[in-house]
Design a protein around this ligand. Structure first.
Ligand code: SER
Length: 340
């Protein structure tokens, strides 16, 4: 008998850590973790299997199918926006072909066991692209369908994969003589920048916020790579995990769309610095903008409208700008660096 499981790709990444802990503790099925690098030892206790491998390796995915019955996939593996600009071909392969492989896997699995396979996908504010700062600040909080003109490879990949997911769910094999639903139940969240107390992101463009905080906690100086007035929305990591699992568990009848914005607070980089300084008054934070990376941040919205998520599946963040620092980030980061 194959075991029913939830597959989490990109397990070692920022979201993977918190999500695996959550699913391994509260989930209805056991978890298999997949990552290109050896799975972090901290995650082993929450998983029935930890697999080191590549989502582009179709043989590996086939082997998974022979051993496990996959009922849900959280497909987190991706190359983030800054890294993707340096290696756009690889980014396209990982971010698009990797997602396609997993959508095919979800479809195949649904056909085997006869139940829908939930496919939960973290998309991003990078799916937006505003042409200039004047338009950005005049636009107000963006709805999901507005300004979908990404200027990064990563943003293009995420936006296209949102469409691929919708296509697999609603239209796959639409010309078949006897059409049947694919069994893929794709749901995506467009995340703002994420800030975790226990992991640092690698290769993103919203990384200045977590980098600033972690440098302060370690007593290291930090030169921020965007200007003080750069502004995008952010969220504390526990809220990101909450959003993913709420959307995964939401009743499909209530979902009016497949892609949802979520947000919590949207400080400028200067306001972030002030907030970090309140808790770490000795912190040495300066601004040394990298023009090109700053330009990417300037194309992302200053705020997003998450009304559909609030309406359809009762989304609400637990942490605002104040409480994210006071109740989660600062205490958890102190604990983290004490232990490491
Ligand atoms: N945090 C991501 C990045 O900076 C955006 O989703 O690439």
């Amino acid at each position: 008998m194959r075991k029913p499981v939830t597959l989490i790709t990109g397990a070692n990444g920022e979201i993977g850590h918190g999500l695996i802990e959550y699913c391994g503790t509260h989930g209805k099925t056991e978890v298999i973790a997949l990552d290109l690098r050896p799975i972090d030892a901290r995650l082993g206790d929450y998983c029935v299997a930890c697999i080191q491998g590549d989502i582009l390796d179709e043989n590996l995915l086939q082997r998974l199918v022979s051993e496990y019955e996959i009922h849900a996939i959280y497909h987190l593996a991706a190359l983030l926006s800054t890294r993707a600009e340096y290696t756009p071909d690889i980014a396209h392969k990982v971010n698009v072909n990797g997602t396609l492989n997993l959508l095919k896997l979800a479809h195949e699995q649904a056909r085997w066991h006869g139940n829908p396979v939930k496919f939960i996908f973290p998309s991003s504010i990078a799916a937006y692209g505003l042409p200039d700062l004047e338009t950005k600040h005049a636009a107000g909080p963006l709805k999901e369908h507005e300004w979908n003109r990404p200027t990064t490879m990563y943003g293009c990949n995420k936006l296209y994969c949102e469409h691929l997911g919708r296509y697999f769910t609603c239209h796959f094999r639409q010309l078949a003589v006897e059409w049947a639903p694919s069994g893929v139940d794709f749901r995506a969240i467009r995340f703002p920048g994420l800030i975790s107390a226990v992991t640092l992101p690698a290769g993103g463009t919203s990384d200045y916020a977590p980098e600033m905080l972690h440098a302060a906690a370690k007593g290291e100086p930090y030169a921020c790579f965007v200007a003080e007035n750069a502004q995008i929305p952010f969220m504390a990591m526990p809220d990101a995990i909450k959003a993913l699992t709420m959307l995964a568990e939401a009743d499909s009848e209530r979902l009016t769309q497949r892609v949802y914005n979520v947000t919590a607070f949207n400080p400028s980089a200067g306001e972030l610095r002030e907030q970090v300084m309140r808790f770490f008054p000795q912190a040495q934070i300066t601004f040394d903008p990298d023009v090109a990376r700053n330009r990417i941040v300037d194309t992302w919205p200053a705020d997003v409208d998450d009304t559909p998520a609030r309406r359809d599946w009762a989304w609400q963040p637990d942490y605002d700008f104040e409480s994210a620092f006071r109740d989660y980030l600062v205490p958890a980061i102190a604990e983290f660096y004490r232990k490491t």
